[in-house]
Ligand binder design. Structure first.
Ligand SMILES: [Zn+2]
Length: 173
């Protein structure tokens, strides 16, 4: 299986900062991705201004290369829908995408290994962050959010190599 791991966000726009791990999504995902380079390719967004431009560049890169699966690595921040009390692991996929199967596998593996809530493989809805990423890429894609960076559960995820191993096992077993 040909997999592309995309590091979420970019150097100049590094995403959510976890006050628990004291690290941004971009730096954290870069560390995890470094351990995933043996199972897939790793892509980092260039410091292009704006989300749409970054996604266009990614689509230009990834679409001709015909990946079987593309996973963008993130972690969650404050959960608006749950009064900021959201916890656990989730993935997001484009409606109808076959990537749901891998989303389920990843959520199950992470929630078991780390004893965190399984929020499940979710379908992206109109207006969701990340819908463009899922829409512009031809390969089945996932947004991967293994934990909430503002909750104490984040401490369990300090070891980048461990998370990379859990991801690898979930995808390749
Ligand atoms: Zn993010």
């Amino acid at each position: 299986m040909k997999i592309l791991f995309v590091v979420g966000h970019s150097k100049s726009s590094p995403g959510y900062y976890s006050p628990i791990l004291k690290v941004s999504e971009y730096i954290y995902a870069s560390e995890v991705a470094a351990y995933l380079s043996c199972v897939g390719e790793v892509y980092k967004h260039p410091d292009t201004r704006g989300y749409t431009a970054r996604m266009e560049k990614l689509a230009e890169y990834a679409n001709p290369r015909k990946y079987d699966l593309i996973i963008e690595l993130h972690f969650n921040g404050y959960d608006n829908k749950d009064n900021g009390k959201g916890v656990g692991c989730e993935t997001v996929h484009y409606p109808g995408s076959s990537s749901i199967e891998y989303g389920k596998k990843l959520c199950e593996a992470v929630s078991k290994k780390y004893e965190v809530k399984n929020r499940g493989a979710k379908e992206a809805k109109k207006g969701d962050r990340g819908l463009l990423f899922l829409d512009m890429l031809e390969a089945p894609c996932l947004i991967f959010e293994p934990f909430f960076g503002d909750e104490s559960e984040a401490l369990k995820f300090e070891d980048h190599k461990k998370l990379a191993k859990v991801i690898t096992k979930a995808l390749c077993d």
